[in-house]
Ligand binder design. Structure first.
Ligand code: 5GP
Length: 189
């Protein structure tokens, strides 16, 4: 497949991602071996590819649900305010909740999610995050299962977008800086 012109370089290729997702799935399956009712909650849209691959590699029974948020972004710049635009279908009270997120940047989104779910009194609450950009953190958030740490660059592919493009690239790639600095296209989680 041809790499689009807007891409600067591939950061994580398909094989590297698949191997790490398998390791995370094995760890999660071991940790939740005795959990009665595990629910993975994917944060739309960015986590849909990661969640699909992760969930299919789990060897423990689980449910899948989704939540959608909007953060007030301009271009690639997070404005910090998070709003719930679609809630989970089923209640999480008394269940083992694992929040599955594509990337943690400032931390505001995950912090909002954790506060929201904690208030609903789940049996347990943990986070599984594919990518972490620690340099950009503004608020500390716990990441229980992490795929990769990456530098402060804008990445796309494997579910992640820029202006709703590039989500279905099979790898994770760095977008050319001039692409996201010249436009304020907005991103959608
Ligand atoms: P935070 O609230 O931690 O600043 O940002 C989390 C959200 O910002 C992610 O769920 C994702 O939607 C978006 N985001 C942050 N960095 C990137 C990136 O490099 N690429 C993409 N596509 N989205 C990002």
């Amino acid at each position: 497949m041809k790499v689009p012109d807007a891409i600067e370089r591939v950061l994580l290729d398909e094989e590297t991602i698949a191997a790490r997702v398998q390791e995370l799935a094995a760890q999660i399956s071991a940790d939740y071996a005795d959990a009665e009712d595990l629910v993975l909650i994917g944060v739309l849209k960015g986590a849909f590819v990661f969640l699909a691959d992760l969930a299919r590699r789990l060897t423990v029974p689980h449910h899948v649900d989704f939540i959608a948020l909007s953060s007030y972004n301009r271009g690639a710049v997070s404005m910090g305010a998070v709003r719930l635009i679609m809630d989970t279908r089923a209640s999480v009270t008394g269940r083992h909740v694992l929040v599955v997120e594509d990337i943690v940047d400032t931390g505001y989104t995950l912090d909002y999610l954790l506060r929201t779910f904690r208030a609903r009194q789940p049996a347990s609450l943990r986070t599984c995050v594919l990518l972490n950009k620690p340099e950009r953190r503004r608020i500390e958030v716990p990441i229980d299962y992490l795929g990769f740490e990456i530098p402060d660059v804008w990445v796309v592919g494997y579910g992640l977008d820029y202006a709703d493009r590039f989500r279905t690239l099979p790898y994770i790639a760095v977008l050319k800086r001039e692409v996201y600095e010249q436009r304020s296209g907005g991103t959608e989680n």
